[in-house]
Design a protein. Structure first.
Length: 129
């Protein structure tokens, strides 16, 4: 059984590995964002940077919104960090993106460790009862 957006997430993680291999750890998150954007362009990975994710309440958008670091392939939320470790709050951030949107796949990437760390999230909405 294939994973949802398996090839797409593989390409995104590969691009992140290229950036981490070239820069290593120790830079600010904004440096990795800019480098990753260039790598996405180089590898022709479709993306939008700092995309607003509107929060829905009773099927209608609120004035408040989240801003995802990237949305790739119009289907995958990508949140990046440059921290010493992936904190549980970082995972909660991606989960909250799912609660507020209709996205089903998210990646949390941490460039701050000596080797690239990543988590893949899947959101399967429950049918309304």
């Amino acid at each position: 059984m294939a994973l949802l957006f398996e090839n797409e997430t593989h390409h995104i993680i590969g691009a992140c590995m290229q950036v981490h291999q070239k820069l290593g750890n120790g830079f600010l998150e904004s440096v990795y964002q800019e480098a990753l954007e260039r790598e996405f362009q180089k590898q022709q990975i479709p993306y939008s940077r700092h995309q607003r994710l509107h929060i829905l309440f009773d099927g209608k958008p609120l004035d408040k919104f989240f801003i995802a670091d990237f949305v790739c392939y119009s289907s995958i939320i990508l949140e990046i960090k440059a921290a010493g470790f992936i904190h549980p709050d970082n995972s909660k951030q991606v989960i909250n993106y799912f609660k507020a949107t209709s996205f089903q796949v998210g990646l949390l990437i941490n460039f701050g460790e000596s080797s690239l760390k990543w988590k893949r999230f899947i959101h399967t909405p429950h049918p309304s009862v």
